[in-house]
Design a protein around this ligand. Structure first.
Ligand code: ATP
Ligand code: MG
Length: 420
């Protein structure tokens, strides 16, 4: 679990504010649910045989003897809230997004943490492929807005209750014939949840999976039509994608469409999936709610942040102005001037410790401020001071009562990198 301090948090804030803008444009409203839920919620939706529920949940008993879990993902809590508030009675289609911490007891590696952050979205009430396509479009536009272009969309269809059993039977038959080649985990998965074998990160298991039956060949007519139409709609939107028949995703609740966004940057290692999702038309009813279809996705913020940091852009906002005081008698005036300019909208740095002008000028340099203004007795009496451009150049005369306007009027010089 990580601490995020000033200096690092700015890139997170950039990702979060970009998400708010993008999801807002598409009509997705933000929901916030508690960090803890009844353990049973995740067992019933994510599935007992998944890694998440089987191995990764932080589960504990509260003082009332209830079994609670820190949420390992956001789809089940959102579905619970949707059911609990009878949202389907109020509107036929709802679009929600969420962002916040999730918890999984995983082995710590690059891009894999025990408290990590997800941004996700869910669209309830529409069965049509247009909804799947719209959701992928949000992600595509979100990644574009972040400037992350080296990401590939993989899509697949897992069919539904009608056609999946035949595929399932064929897969089990095939995997049983190759049992010896599978890792120990997958030999167990084969008994309890054979689809999970396709999701194994072990190379040998992947090789076995690659040569196995192709789920797309088993789709019934309605599922095939849904998947074909989805691809046509992605074409209409100009969204590039790859059909990957081995894509299953790590959760149990999906029907028909599943998808993943995979980055090719080496910094991520095996943690290259920045996000994914799919359709889960049966989950609401399975949780005791209305028969409402849904499609959703979640992205890992930690991984997006890693990619953005690799891009080398800086996200910290430097101060517009540093105010230094030339003598102790000007300390109060400096404090007051800083306060007034902040109220007027400038980002102002000021050394509350006072001290020598030399040490303040050092601080000014370090702060990365665009300008420094030295305030002494003479400036206070004349009402006139000078803005010293920290990137070099002639000082700019300024009246103390029009500092904000003067700073704003100066063209932004190419950013001098703030010293840290
Ligand atoms: P993986 O196959 O990489 O374990 P997953 O299938 O467990 O991923 P999801 O449950 O689909 O992941 O979560 C969606 C996204 O959340 C992932 O694509 C990833 O970006 C992020 N994520 C999942 N687990 C972690 C973690 N432990 N630390 C950081 N990010 C994570
Ligand atoms: Mg995982």
């Amino acid at each position: 679990m990580n601490d995020l301090l000033p200096g690092e948090i700015e890139v997170w804030q950039f990702v979060e504010s970009t998400a708010r803008t993008l999801f807002g444009r598409f009509g997705y409203g933000e929901v916030r649910t508690p960090m803890v839920e009844d353990t049973a919620l995740f067992v019933r939706s994510v599935g007992e045989e998944t890694d998440i529920v089987g191995k990764e949940m932080y589960t504990f008993e509260d003082k009332g003897g209830r079994s609670l879990s820190l949420r390992p993902e956001g789809t089940a809590p959102a579905a619970r809230a949707y059911i609990e508030h009878s949202v389907s009675n109020q509107e036929p289609v709802s679009r929600w997004f969420y962002m916040g911490p999730m918890f999984r007891y995983e082995r710590m590696k690059t891009g894999r943490y025990r408290q990590f952050y997800q941004i996700g979205a869910e669209a309830y009430g529409a069965r049509e492929p247009a909804q799947d396509a719209e959701l992928m479009d949000v992600v595509v536009q979100f990644l574009e807005a972040l400037g992350l272009t080296d990401v590939t969309l993989n899509i697949n269809s897992l069919g539904d209750d009608n056609c999946r059993p035949a595929y399932h039977a064929k897969l089990v038959e095939y995997l049983n014939a190759h049992r010896e080649e599978l890792c120990a985990d997958c030999q167990q998965r084969l008994e309890r949840n054979p689809l999970r074998v396709l999701d194994c990160k072990n190379e040998k298991c992947q090789a076995v999976a690659a040569a196995g039956p192709n789920v797309l060949e088993f789709l019934c007519e309605p599922c095939r039509a849904h998947f074909t139409d989805l691809q046509r709609k992605l074409g209409v939107l100009g969204i590039k994608y790859v059909v990957n028949h081995r894509l299953v995703r790590g959760l149990d609740y999906y029907t028909r469409t599943v998808f993943e966004f995979i980055a090719s940057h080496p910094a991520l290692g095996t943690a290259s999936t920045v996000g994914g999702g799919g359709r889960y038309d049966k989950m609401m009813k399975g949780l005791g709610g209305p028969d409402v279809p849904a499609v959703g996705f979640a992205m890992g913020l930690d991984r997006l942040v890693l990619l953005l940091k690799e891009g080398g852009k800086t996200f910290t906002q430097r101060p517009d102005l540093f105010i230094a005081v030339a003598d102790e008698g000007s300390q109060d005036a400096g404090l007051a001037l800083a306060s007034r300019l902040r109220r007027e909208g400038l980002k102002v740095d000021f050394d509350t410790r006072g001290g020598s002008l030399k040490s303040q000028m050092k601080r000014a340099d370090k702060s990365g401020a665009r300008f420094t203004l030295v305030l002494g007795e003479q400036e206070r009496q004349s009402g006139q001071a000078k803005l010293k451009p920290m990137a070099g150049g002639e000082p700019i005369p300024v009246a103390l009562d029009s500092v904000a306007a003067t700073v704003r009027a100066q063209p932004e010089a190419p950013a001098a990198a703030p010293a840290s």
